[in-house]
Design a protein around this ligand. Structure first.
Ligand SMILES: Nc1ncnc2c1ncn2[C@@H]1O[C@H](COP(=O)(O)OP(=O)(O)O)[C@@H](O)[C@H]1O
Ligand SMILES: [Mg+2]
Length: 580
């Protein structure tokens, strides 16, 4: 994490320098005060009081200026550090594979990106300001104290070990608790994330109270943990204060006796001694707070590092697409081959979701996949752009193992419309443009036409500039699906994959969509997952999946003859809808 500070080394250096300036001014004050008491007040020298007094004011102002400068530079360093760290963390989170985001919850990722970064940022701020301030205060204070009287220094030396013991004791106890606190914060963010995103479902099921209870539980848990840490730390300050005050009493006693017995001390130096001592010991108390920030930041830094250092599970292959042949249609084939593919989700207990899947889809061909929910249809297509890697067997695109491609090159070939249509809060036009940054309005319109979205878009008041609300809530399911399809069609691709992407369309619109695809994108290889036979019966070939296996593969007519499962699906759908 240090590497993020490197960029700001200049400010990290300047801030402490100014801080030293500020502390020096603070340290001179008691000495001058002693001067005023001993030589001004006790000897009734008004001139000395005025000159030293003016000097004190000047020094205070100088110190104040240095303090401001230090604050400014420390902030530049800390904010810059936090900014860079957050940026990298975000880009790392974006690059995490599905497997990794399945494991670390969304809430936790949000906490890490916000609260944890802030904790570490605070630590940077504390280090360049507080740590320097208090170390200088401590060392300088001891020196100045020694100058007033070595006896005072001895008293301070007696008090110190107690303070060190207290600080170590409390922080050792607190540090594991901080990690727990952050975890509880994850809990809150998880509930919040789910409920804010799923507010409609919560309302539909009238589950507000239930979710409130769930939130309360998470909130309560955070509160309890925080209380535990803070109660523990609440003991720290009073313990240190007792030591501090005992030391001050000792200084007054020793100093007072020496002055009374006509020793080498003056009332002014006793006063200065008391001030130095409280400066030193306050410094130590502050240090304790800083260490507390450190322990807390350490817990946060670990959590950030866990994400930053998470290995790239899905790695680039070594094969480079030669030159810029993307526009060379002849070179784009889009052939897909599954060779004995088996797959189990990484976090599951090794239970295979797909078993021994083999098939080939030639360029321009349309393969439909049909089967009961949960039989593994989505899993099949998620393997092609390597959202997950196969457990056994291999997948080939254009005759090359998908693992050999650079991820970017592989994913450029594939346009996939996921089962859940995700739209972003921006105009419809921008949502479609997502597929191709430099698309012309005409290209966007024709993509929308293929997706059968043009009609309803143009019918709305603002046309392509209609804003889509967050998550696409302002659109119907079928409209969302058609916009997602337009986005996928617009993206340059050799392979087009629809994962149950037309489920919310009526049969007529769906048929028109497939017809448009057939005529407008003849060279594209298509894989279409669907629930309805009506959606798939015109495909070149249909794969019938059953419990992770392909139980039959062929045209509609062939399957009607040979596959019992297919016939069952056919009959059940015919019964429901009569003519589909
Ligand atoms: N991210 C995941 N982690 C673990 N198991 C999963 C994950 N996604 C899906 N599954 C499991 O894999 C099986 C197949 O799911 P899926 O391919 O989505 O089915 P389909 O698309 O045919 O409805 C299901 O039993 C499901 O529980
Ligand atoms: Mg699915």
């Amino acid at each position: 994490m240090m590497k993020y500070l490197k960029k700001y080394w200049f400010f990290c250096l300047l801030a402490p320098l100014f801080m030293i300036g500020e502390v020096s001014m603070d340290l001179i004050q008691p000495d001058m005060m002693a001067d005023i008491v001993d030589n001004g007040v006790l000897k009734s020298d008004i001139n000395l009081i005025i000159t030293v007094g003016i000097r004190m004011i000047l020094f205070v102002m100088l110190g104040g200026f240095a303090g401001v400068m230090c604050g400014v530079f420390a902030n530049i360093a800390a904010q810059g550090f936090g900014n860079d760290l957050r940026k990298d963390l975000f880009s790392k989170i974006m690059s995490l594979s599905f497997q990794q985001t399945d494991k670390i919850s969304t809430g936790s990722l949000v906490t890490r990106l916000t609260n944890d970064v802030t904790q570490v940022q605070n630590m940077v701020m504390m280090s360049v300001r507080g740590l320097v301030r208090n170390s200088v205060m401590f060392v300088g204070g001891i020196l100045m104290l020694y100058r007033q009287s070595p006896k005072f220094a001895v008293i301070a030396a007696c008090g110190l070990p107690f303070i060190v013991v207290f600080v170590t004791f409390f922080l050792k106890k607190a540090s594991p608790l901080f990690a727990i606190v952050q975890k509880k914060l994850d809990g809150i963010n998880n509930v919040m994330q789910e409920d804010v995103a799923g507010a409609r479902v919560v309302k539909a099921y009238v589950k507000e109270e239930h979710e409130l209870k769930r939130f309360d539980a998470a909130n309560e848990a955070l509160c309890t943990e925080n209380l535990r840490v803070q109660t523990l730390l609440a003991f720290m300050s009073p313990c240190m204060n007792i030591v501090l005050n005992l030391c001050i009493v000792a200084v007054i006693l020793v100093g007072g006796m020496t002055v009374k017995n006509g020793g080498s001390m003056t009332p002014g130096s006793v006063m200065a001694g008391i001030t130095y001592l409280s400066q030193i010991l306050h410094g130590v108390t502050f240090m304790a707070n800083i260490f507390q920030t450190f322990t807390r930041a350490k817990a946060s830094a670990d959590r950030i590092n866990e994400v930053l250092n998470s290995p790239e599970i899905i790695m680039d292959g070594t094969y480079e697409e030669l030159g810029n042949k993307r526009n060379d249609r002849a070179d784009q084939k889009g052939e897909i081959e599954f060779r004995n593919v088996s797959f189990a989700y990484p976090e599951s207990s090794g239970e295979k979701v797909l078993e021994n899947i083999s098939f080939t889809v030639k360029q321009g061909e349309t393969l439909a996949i049909i089967g009961a929910t949960g039989c593994g249809k989505s899993s099949v297509v998620k393997l092609i752009p390597r959202f997950y890697d196969v457990t056994e067997g291999a997948i080939f695109v254009d005759g090359r193992n998908v693992k050999d491609y650079k991820l970017k090159d592989l994913r450029k070939k594939i346009s996939i419309v996921l089962q859940k249509a995700e739209l972003y809060s921006r105009p419809i036009e921008a949502n479609i443009r997502w597929g191709k940054k430099d698309a012309t309005p005409w290209e966007i319109k024709s993509a929308a036409k293929i997706a059968q979205a043009d009609d309803f878009i143009c019918a709305s008041k603002y046309g392509y500039h209609t804003m889509v609300s967050e998550g696409g809530h302002s659109l119907s399911g079928g409209q969302k699906q058609r916009i997602s399809i337009a986005r996928a069609v617009l993206k340059e691709h050799e392979i087009l994959i629809f994962d149950d992407s037309t489920s919310a369309l009526d049969l007529k619109t769906e048929a028109m969509l497939y017809e448009a695809l057939r005529t407008q994108c003849p060279g594209t290889t298509k894989i279409i997952i669907a629930q309805r036979i009506a959606s798939v019966k015109d495909a070149d070939r249909i794969a019938v999946m059953d419990e992770g296996r392909i139980s039959a593969l062929g045209t509609h007519e062939e399957l009607m003859r040979n596959s019992e499962i297919y016939r069952d699906i056919y009959k059940s759908q015919l019964k429901e809808g009569g003519e589909f």
